[in-house]
Design a protein around this ligand. Sequence first.
Ligand code: ADP
Length: 528
Amino acid sequence: MKLATLARVAVAIRPPKLLVHLPSMHRPISILSRQITMDAKTVASRLTSSGLLRTQGLIGGKWSDAYDGKTIEVFNPATGEVIANVPCMGHKETSDAISSAHDAFNSWSKTTAAERSKYLRRWYDLIISHKEELGQLITLEQGKPLKEAMGEVSYGASFIEFFAEEAKRVYGDIIQSTLADRRLFVLKQPVGVVGAITPWNFPLAMITRKVGPALACGCTVVIKPSELTPLTALAAAELALQAGIPLGVVNVVMGNASDIGDALLASPQVRKITFTGSTAVGKKLMAGAAGTVKKVSLELGGNAPCIVFDDADLDVAVKGALAAKFRNSGQTCVCANRIIVQEGIYEKFANAFSKAVQTLQVGHGFSDGVAQGPLINEAAVQKVESFIKDAISKGAKVVLGGKRHSLGMTFYEPTVISDVKSEMLISREEVFGPVAPLLRFKTEEEAIRIANDTTSGLAAYLFTNSIQRSWRVSEALEYGLVGINEGIISTEVAPFGGVKQSGLGREGSKYGMDEYLEFFKRIDSDDD
Ligand code: ADP
């Protein structure tokens, strides 16, 4: 079997119809942002009264400041205003968090699966009962529209629920021995302390997707959330405490990313690193884990192709491409990065797609009807600008948008650019912003070649009404996830992860459990 076929672990299919760190500090603050400040204050006071606005790290069940008292500011990306200060932790705090997790592992790993399942279920119930506050917190520190943020809470919670159930289904194996008087058993046991390093684009879900299976297997964790969005992580940890999860099982440190990372990597007590983030940092962690030979799971960047064939249903393709591209303002690793359209449908698709993009309302995440919030920070906007400048200089045309939004700050206009070529920066690297580049192709072979011409291999999308083509192309695509006539492909029940330089390992689903388990062989002899 070819790599591409082996790699295919999750394919979301909708049958063809015919067949069945620093935010922009731009000031002064506008009237709009004054209005937003009011919202932020209301949200903050609600969160404080529900005990969810935590601003300290969690070590061994105790809320803790940085030992030297240093703090970092957390900003609202929609306004640039400071929401809270959190501790700027480093090596010492991380070492203590690891020790706490190691101590807690002794007892947590010996609980029964049924007990761990109950704790996780209680955590899930609490997350769901605080869905609104958690959603507001995500909007406040990350910027995505409230509806989308609430969607993230449901999605994030689903991993805790799923793995609460999956905890009970860790089976071993009995193997036929080559000797008559021997019995061979395979036992699955938790790997130990896990270091979980997460990004800012899904402040809750990237944590639950790692911590859910880790706890279900009997591991304990030290979480390092992104410094841009630590408040959601701390709120989730507070709810873990409220759920009765024993002290030390869940620890959270944040601050100096490389100090914390180095402490996690250097410790022989940490047996596994699970990471979601940039390919550059992922490679560093993978190299650093070699020193103590840790297990590593990496969910890194993508460069998702979204292929629209002549025989696609236009409405389905437009809707799917819109969802795949503009979710979270284009700031997800599975966002369509290149929309590759066959020449027969190119003009029709470009018109219909641009019309749909034009309807996306940009604004503050707390405002009604908003589909696109701000980008996370000024650096993100500058990256988008540089990619567009490069594309235009090489012949691309702006169909829609192409500039900062009149709201200012880090708001950017939903953008469509046409006549994009493979050699442009925007085709080669993840833009991580609300820009849809359209590329044109003639034949199926050419589409596959363009799609695979990248070092990434996370998500791909294709739109066609031919079932034969959907199988043929999806098997030829070197991507871990393929959406067929579908733009939203993440779910807790299917394995999520990439091939090539998009990562190692799978998250979610029954396969996600194996990442936190060691397989031990035991031999039993009949001899007395
Ligand atoms: P992004 O571009 O999504 O911010 P990063 O890879 O920079 O991606 O960040 C993802 C996570 O990795 C964040 O929590 C960040 O603080 C953390 N991180 C960044 N550098 C390091 C490092 N050297 N060691 C450990 N963690 C790091």
